[in-house]
Design a protein around this ligand. Structure first.
Ligand code: SF4
Length: 326
């Protein structure tokens, strides 16, 4: 049924974006149990370094930079705005997809501003859209167990609603397999569906499978990655609940690997995310699917699944059909 709804929503096109991930710091005041990224090396990139990476990404053909980092205690709104301005200057045409709702709240708290003012300031500087990460599972008793310092469900929804109201689209995500059950997963999907009905600001839903090996959640509580069957069911459940309000269900090749990602295209998925260029968060958690995938490999993956590969921009406008080179 999920596959039929996928065909109804988007046909046989499988999309992806050529992008570059930039994680500007791994220093973080939070201690989320599913995270193996925070505080590994304690680095903080300069604004110039981030801009230079964006310039290189644009030179290499990327249309998007995805910029996120830990919650550094010494960073204020000024730094976030400076990053957006510098990237805009270094790569004028690149789409800036940056800062999770948690980072927006961090910038607001650090600076004593409200969320709306922070969003306005970022938008003025050139922010194009935001990743809807930090959602994890949008049920407060689950969050209390695994990411107690993180913003709560209502706060996440409010930041995203404010972004949409200001004309900043966002993705939406779920990190599943962190101790929740299907009741909580469905509650999360229903909240996203309702918000989409209200604002129409979500571009896609991205189910993110928990990668366990190097995380405290595995070491301390023995919680392991969900596995292929649960991964495929999650994609299907998302399609069933979110159809037709959110037409794009993204399959994360970096979490699932090439094989499961290809299968997931038959379970309701229609988008392969980005080429990424430099993925760190999943790799440090113990992911083994690599840090980057070329546009050709993603296109080949789509073709192997019997679909038409389309290069898109961040907002799902089709840029080109990717023809086979052989
Ligand atoms: S998930 Fe994000 S907020 Fe939580 S510890 Fe890791 S970097 Fe910090």
């Amino acid at each position: 049924m999920a596959d039929a709804l996928r065909a109804e929503a988007v046909g046989d096109d499988v999309t992806f974006v050529v992008n570059r991930n930039i994680n500007f710091t791994d220093v973080c005041i939070n201690t989320c149990l599913f995270c193996a990224f925070a505080n590994r090396e304690g680095y903080l990139s300069s604004v110039e370094d981030v801009a230079e990476e964006a310039r290189c990404a644009a030179r290499d053909g990327a249309t998007e930079v995805c910029i996120q980092g830990g919650l550094h205690p010494d960073l204020f709104l000024e730094y976030y705005v400076a990053i957006v301005r510098a990237v805009r200057k270094a790569a004028p045409n690149i789409h800036i997809h940056a800062f999770s709702p948690q980072e927006v709240v961090h910038a607001a708290r650090q600076t004593g501003e409200d969320v709306e003012a922070v969003l306005k300031e970022l938008q003025r500087a050139g922010l194009g859209s935001m990743p809807g990460t930090a959602a994890e599972v949008l049920v407060d008793y689950v969050r209390k167990e695994v990411c107690p310092e993180k913003l709560g469900t209502a706060e996440w929804l409010n930041v995203v609603r404010s972004a949409h109201e200001q004309g900043i689209p966002t993705t939406c995500t779920m990190l599943y397999g962190i101790g929740e059950g299907w009741d909580e997963r469905l509650e999360h999907l229903y909240l996203l569906r309702d918000l989409q009905e209200e604002t129409g600001g979500f571009t896609e839903f991205v189910p993110l499978s928990f990668i366990s090996p190097n995380t405290p959640l595995f070491r301390e509580r023995g919680i392991k990655s969900p596995g292929t069957a649960a991964d495929l069911l999650m994609v299907a459940a998302a399609r069933l609940v979110l159809h037709p309000l959110i037409p794009n269900i993204q399959v994360s090749w970096v979490k699932l690997g090439r094989g499961t990602a290809a299968k997931a295209l038959d379970w309701g998925g229609n988008d392969l995310g980005g080429t990424l260029g430099a993925e760190n968060i999943t790799r440090l958690a113990g992911g083994r699917n690599g840090q980057a995938m070329s546009a050709e490999s993603l296109a080949a993956l789509a073709r192997e699944a019997g679909r038409r590969p389309i290069r898109r921009d961040t907002l799902y406008r089709h840029l080109s059909v990717v023809e086979s080179s052989s």
